[in-house]
Ligand binder design. Structure first.
Ligand code: F6R
Length: 239
């Protein structure tokens, strides 16, 4: 694991964003695995800032998002589909047919998860961007007794509901989501994880120094050969 401790979220956004911009310029049809939540926002701002300056094009970039809430309309402002459009896609020239999500409204969840896993296997993610939950989750792989392999429907833990319910001021937050499995995340050729704030300090310490256990799903990243971590001093305070 290559670990960078930066001053603040903006510096993380610049460093992680530059890594992505350089990778896109090197391979314009790169396949990216993308995350939602607050942590990747500065990274997305850097990427679309570079697009607006004419320094990168996302025209041929292909993306797969990590997760999506169950039974939340795609058009809801809190769907991860909406989030990605608001925070990144709508500010760039990425093509709609190149962006992929799990369908949280699918009637047949099992078939939907199988479809996504097969698509991911065909596409082969070059770089996967991750945030981390306060409880060590990656994607929505919550602490558990075993590591997951492919996509599945997950019941969100109270920790995740408490962390994310502030975004749901009109409707209650869904308690279920579809998520890529840990096995699929680990298949990415490179993984970039961003974390800010002291609420993430326990999870970062467990991920980096703890034993590899599904109780902290992010700890599995110790077994990946190419992981880059960008975190601020608060998230690093227990290292
Ligand atoms: C989101 C996701 C989650 C978040 C994590 C951290 O697609 O997969 O694992 O990365 O919950 O969220 P923030 O960045 O909001 O603290």
């Amino acid at each position: 694991m290559e670990i960078f401790i930066m001053d603040n979220a903006e510096e993380i956004g610049k460093a992680a964003g530059k890594l992505f911009v350089d990778a896109i310029n090197k391979k314009p049809n790169i396949v990216l695995g993308l995350a939602t939540g607050a942590s990747p926002v500065p990274t997305y701002q850097y990427i679309y800032g570079e697009y607006q300056k004419g320094n990168v094009s996302l025209r041929d970039v292909v993306t797969y998002n990590l997760d999506e809430y169950v039974d939340l309309p795609k058009s809801d402002k809190n769907s991860y589909y909406s989030f990605m459009h608001t925070e990144l896609f709508d500010h760039t020239d990425i093509r709609e047919e190149n962006v992929h999500f799990l369908d949280g409204n699918a009637a047949d969840v099992e078939a939907e998860c199988k479809r996504y896993d097969e698509a991911l296997d065909r596409a082969q993610v070059d770089i996967q961007l991750l945030g981390i939950g306060r409880n060590g989750h990656i994607g929505f792989n919550e602490p558990s007794i075993c590591f997951t392999k492919g996509a599945f429907k997950v019941k969100l833990t109270q920790s995740t509901i408490s962390a994310n319910s502030m975004y749901f001021n009109e409707n209650p937050m869904p308690h279920y989501a579809l998520t890529m499995g840990v096995g699929s995340i680990m298949k990415a050729k490179k993984i970039v994880l961003v974390a800010t704030g002291s609420a993430k300090a326990d999870a970062m310490a467990a991920m980096i120094h703890g034993e590899v256990t599904p109780v902290c799903p992010a700890s599995i990243l110790q077994f990946h050969h190419d992981v880059v971590v960008f975190m601020d001093k608060d998230a690093a305070k227990l290292l």
